[in-house]
Design a protein around this ligand. Structure first.
Ligand code: AMP
Length: 143
């Protein structure tokens, strides 16, 4: 499969964007929706998903790429305030060999603590109440 290609609107993030699948949302606006990753690599792992139907960064319009990274920065700052991690990883995968599993463009924000190792990508579903509590704390820290 080519790295760029047809967008399949049956992916889970497209369903979340259409309100057909649930998500623990942090915020949304006209450009993105941000919600908790339900298989977090670390407590507070969240995702920023542009509304534009693009498979990956290569397919995304420059306008949305630019607007989305501003939302990523805003959310990263809120995660830092809310959860006080020692570090923050921002990742974005393009194509299955690069680690992409959901083929709708998205950015990961993954808090890191010096004494905690990272969980495996997409490993184990987190407790919903815990995710809701983290989302609430992050939302409260958004400026
Ligand atoms: P990637 O491997 O970059 O495509 O990342 C997809 C991410 O989406 C993984 O970290 C999954 O844990 C996460 N994920 C998959 N399904 C859902 C869902 N329904 N709600 C929230 N996160 C999800």
């Amino acid at each position: 499969m080519s790295l760029t290609g047809d967008y399949d609107d049956q992916n889970v993030f497209a369903k979340i964007l259409r309100g057909e699948a649930p998500a623990i949302k942090i915020f949304e606006d006209d450009v993105v929706i941000a919600f908790m990753d339900i298989f977090p690599q670390s407590p507070g792992h969240c995702l920023v998903v542009p509304r534009e139907p693009a498979r990956n960064l290569l397919d995304l319009s420059p306008e949305t790429a630019s607007a989305a990274i501003q939302r990523v920065q805003r959310l990263a700052r809120a995660v830092e305030t809310a959860l006080q991690p020692d570090g923050l990883v921002v990742t974005q995968f393009n194509g299955a060999p690069a680690g992409q599993t959901v083929f709708h463009i998205h950015f990961h924000i993954i808090p890191r603590w010096a004494d905690k190792s990272l969980g495996r990508h997409g490993d184990g579903q987190a407790d919903t109440d815990e995710l809701k509590s983290q989302a609430e704390r992050i939302r409260a820290a958004l400026i």
